[in-house]
Design a protein around this ligand. Sequence first.
Ligand code: RI2
Length: 296
Amino acid sequence: MTSGVDEATEKIRSMQIRGALDIGIAAAETLKNVVDSTDAKNLISELEDAGLKLKSARPSAISLPNSVDYVIYLANKIRDKEELSEKIQEFIDDLRNSINTIAEIGSNLINDGDVILTHCQSDTVGEILKKAWDDGRKINVICTETRPRNQGYLTAKKLSGHGIPTTLIVDSAAYFIMKEQRVNKVIVGADTIKASGDVINKIGTSQIALCAHSMNIPVIVAAESIKFSPQSIYGKFVKIEERSEDEVADIPGVKIRNPAFDVTPSEHLDMIVTEHGIINPIDARSFIMDKFDWKF
Ligand code: RI2
């Protein structure tokens, strides 16, 4: 296999590269390397093989197959290798830029004095919070640890390193702290958004959204359009990644479960901030039909 496909697949699988946007970008970059280093006559089959490998690395974030499928769509349309490589680079640049556009849009939802809870580590959420802070809004952010891999530590370090007052809590303290600290917004990222508006994100998101919903606290999802699932239009099921039990505990005789994602129903979500604007979760289907015209 050419051009770092095995290495990229392994880095995604082992979460050295993680975060839904970053794995989509890594897949596109890897396929661009394949284009740049493969004979034009074998290109489509090489891309298809590489794409299958990359897709197998993690099953729950749709950004990964969306990115692979889009590059293969381009390759079937553009036969000139140089032009194709440029178009893939444009796609990668657009993915990178989309996070800044979301930060612009999403930061306008943040008010001075907000107490915001976030879960896991989302670059997209992080950029919104940093932009709001840079624009002078004095916010406090509460980060959940996000067992078992504790990505919340990364969020807490990044935000406090930016000067934002940040508190880290254990996952099970979310409801208590939301009440005690008068949390007034929950902001999370997404790995996959279904046509129904249901959102697949890090395990624990659905519990937090349920708590927030019960207290009338708005739940905002920040996600680039690459994280919407065109396959879900046809009702395709999203596989929830089950990671190794070693990440959780080792207790002889005890069965350990380690699902990495859960599904938050759209009725517990208030809005989705995308690079194309803010949408109501129940409008996800028409958003997908519009933004994924190349798929249909
Ligand atoms: P960004 C992460 O998954 C989290 O679930 C996070 O909310 C989501 O990807 C989106 O991340 P993991 O890779 O693209 O840590 O916003 O399992 O960075």
